[in-house]
Write a protein that binds this ligand. Structure first.
Ligand SMILES: Nc1ncnc2c1ncn2[C@@H]1O[C@H](COP(=O)(O)OP(=O)(O)O)[C@@H](O)[C@H]1O
Ligand SMILES: N[C@@H](CCOP(=O)(O)O)C(=O)O
Length: 291
């Protein structure tokens, strides 16, 4: 059997709604595949009891269809579903990379991005590239209508996942339909700062660029304790804090030496609100790996 490890991802990063994404060094999904006459799916791991094994409802089914690559697919979830950590995308990315290799389809990693995004359409209604792109390519990605731009980057991160479920579909329903020109000007400045920070491996500039006054405040209302956790992380030295993907994970950028303290502060802040949480001390990492 072929084994693929595809990483969790964090999309948006505040100022890059539906455009920016990063691969996280951890957690990850591990997917094992072998050729078969038809697609079958077996799920284990974090939250797997909530994920359908029906190929028409699982992201990997659409990917297998798109590649015309029927297989027995075993998915061990390291990335909990509805986490804001690109859970459904990690499985889709792993399936795209693995089935391409298993069936010798010859697609490049870049060409596999829109194929994996067909899996995302199954769960969220839209074929977003902002999670599948970093899960396949690694690093920091900018996904637009014109395609995906990737740069390697190394920024320490803390991802704090509370025991709250926010579906991407619900979180998209609260996104404002319009923004003011002053908000647009601020967003362009922040997105430019963040992109430059990624090129320079500069956590200060990346953190500054994570500020967003358009989408994040609307979604914060879905996450009990968001404001307290954000304030606590900033007071502990985080250079920037925002919602990861559609939430409920809260993600902080920081200097390496502050990461452990920020992680425990975020856990405590959720705890003070009576919300259980787990924390990943992580960093920007590479894309899907085949073993
Ligand atoms: N292979 C899969 N892995 C995770 N979730 C999946 C998968 N296939 C389908 N889903 C469904 O996708 C939804 C979770 O996706 P999403 O809300 O995008 O989570 P996340 O924010 O972590 O990406 C759940 O309803 C889940 O049942
Ligand atoms: N740009 C999307 C990203 C959703 O990410 P997920 O990890 O929550 O699936 C959005 O913000 O809706």
């Amino acid at each position: 059997m072929l084994t693929v490890r595809a990483p969790a991802t964090s999309a948006n990063l505040g100022s890059g709604f539906d455009v920016f994404g990063v691969a996280l060094e951890r957690p990850a999904d591990v997917v094992r595949l072998e050729k078969a006459d038809r697609v079958t799916i077996e799920m284990t791991g974090a939250g797997s009891q909530y994920i359908p094994e029906d190929p028409d409802k699982n992201t990997v089914g659409a990917v297998a269809d798109a590649l015309n690559a029927p297989a027995r697919i075993q998915i061990d979830k390291g990335v909990r579903p509805a986490s804001g950590l690109g859970s459904s995308a990690a499985s889709a990315a792993a399936a795209a990379v693995g089935l391409n290799e298993l069936y010798d389809r010859g697609y490049s990693r870049e060409e596999l991005v829109p194929i994996a995004a067909k899996g995302e359409a199954v769960v969220s209604g839209d074929a977003h590239d902002d999670n599948v792109a970093p899960s396949i390519l690694g690093g920091f990605t900018i996904a637009t209508e014109k395609g995906v731009t990737q740069v390697d980057a190394d920024i320490p991160l803390v991802a704090c996942l509370p025991d709250i479920v926010v579906s991407t579909r619900d979180a998209r329903n609260v996104v404002p339909e319009t923004a003011r020109v002053d908000q647009m000007i601020e967003t362009v400045g922040n997105a430019a700062a963040l992109t430059t920070g990624m090129h320079r491996d500069d956590p200060e500039l990346v953190g500054q660029g994570m500020h967003d006054t358009v989408v994040t405040p609307a979604r914060a209302k879905l996450i009990d304790g968001y404001k307290q956790v954000r304030d606590a992380a900033l007071a502990a030295g985080a250079t920037g804090v925002t919602i990861s993907g559609a939430g409920p994970t809260v993600i902080a950028a920081c200097a390496e030496e502050d990461r452990r303290r920020i992680a425990s502060t975020m856990l405590d802040a959720f705890g003070e609100r009576g919300v259980d949480a787990r924390v990943y001390q992580t960093r920007i990492g590479g894309g899907a790996e085949v073993f």
